[in-house]
Write a protein that binds this ligand. Structure first.
Ligand SMILES: [Cu+2]
Length: 115
């Protein structure tokens, strides 16, 4: 009947509304990002936990220069010298634990854990 029909139509439109975000969330999902501050001669957070595919951006907030350099000679982190306000970004596409330092101040240590 008319009333049942409108209820079904309402349910159907709810289902469409519910399904719509999922159906285009996958291809159009914004890339995941994370930030690490370089401040007061330290990486913050010192240990960052992210998922594969996340782009991490380091920002040097100090007036002294710093680098973001993998302790593993194979990389993957290898920033140029970062002056104040400079940024360095890297997208982690493989899982693992990635340790890095600042080559100017090797006591500065950080780790990115990619799951
Ligand atoms: Cu440094």
């Amino acid at each position: 009947m008319k009333r049942r029909g409108s209820i079904l139509a309402a349910l159907a439109s709810m289902a469409v509304l519910t399904a719509a975000p999922a159906s285009f969330a996958t291809p159009h999902a914004p890339a995941a990002t994370a930030q690490v501050a370089i401040a007061n001669f330290a990486f913050s957070p010192a240990t960052l936990n992210i998922s594969r595919g996340t782009t991490v951006t380091w920002t040097n907030q100090d007036s002294d220069p710093h680098t973001v350099t993998s302790t593993d000679s194979g990389g993957p982190l290898n920033s140029p010298m970062l002056s104040q306000s400079d940024t360095y970004s890297f997208t982690f596409n493989s899982a693992g634990t990635f340790s890095y330092i600042c080559t100017v101040h090797p006591a500065m240590q950080g780790t990115v854990v990619v799951s």
